[in-house]
Design a protein around this ligand. Structure first.
Ligand SMILES: [Zn+2]
Length: 223
């Protein structure tokens, strides 16, 4: 994919994050791997305002930033830590989703209640207890749990979703918030019934299952 296309996609998914209500104001940030660098949203902008040329190239190995470019997102260390730990991922979205923050900052973990949740996010979602935002300590805490996870919950803060491309990371971000909303609604209606590990295992093990294959194929399409 050309660099121009990556920048255009970043701008497009940045707008979608705001439109979807997954962040407000200057909250949230987004990045994509491009060769040895990542392109990340600049600091201090609402994601819907960022122009394709304003995403900042940061060298993943060294953290070096090209002189004369805008300042990268204040969560740049967290993005770098994830790309270093996970050579398989090419996109990362960090959101501040309302239902997710409400649920996971009230003594609950986000847990699977429906099939798409398991297919997109997996069964065990790592939860990181509150660490001051933007700090190296937060980057370390995320790095410690992001080994095989497609998403990490940051209590009293938000969520991170990873993907092979921006579309995958974005769909996962939407699924996190959908899961939290359903779990909260279920808790107000009665006692939520979560999928068992065995039920989730059957979903992920059914390699011939058309539903699962179709969903995963749609996520892998880059746009
Ligand atoms: Zn944040």
């Amino acid at each position: 994919m050309s660099l121009e296309r990556v920048r255009a996609e970043l701008a497009e998914y940045s707008k979608r994050i705001l439109r979807q209500g997954l962040a407000t104001g200057a909250g949230g940030n987004i990045s994509a791997r491009e060769g040895p660098a990542m392109l990340i949203s600049p600091s201090g902008f609402s994601l819907e305002e960022v122009k394709p040329e304003e995403y900042v190239a940061v060298d993943i190995a060294t953290g070096a930033i090209e002189p004369g470019t805008p300042r990268p997102s204040s969560e740049v260390l967290m993005h770098l830590a994830c790309y270093r730990r996970r050579p398989d991922i090419r996109a990362l979205i960090h959101t501040h989703p309302q239902y997710t923050i409400a649920l996971t900052s009230s003594g609950h973990d986000l847990k699977p209640m429906f099939a798409d949740f398991v297919i997109y996010l997996g069964y065990d979602i790592p939860h990181v207890d509150y660490v001051t935002v933007t700090t190296p300590e937060l980057a370390c805490a995320v790095e410690a749990v992001v080994g095989e996870a497609n998403c990490v919950i940051l209590r009293n803060h938000g969520a991170i979703t990873l993907g092979e491309n921006l579309k995958q990371a974005f769909w996962r971000a939407c699924t996190v918030e959908e899961g939290a909303r359903i779990q909260l609604l279920a808790a107000t209606a009665g006692a939520p019934r979560f999928l068992s590990r065995e039920e989730a295992g059957r979903l992920t093990a059914l390699s011939s299952e058309q539903y699962r294959q179709q969903l995963l194929a749609r996520m892998r399409t880059t746009s």
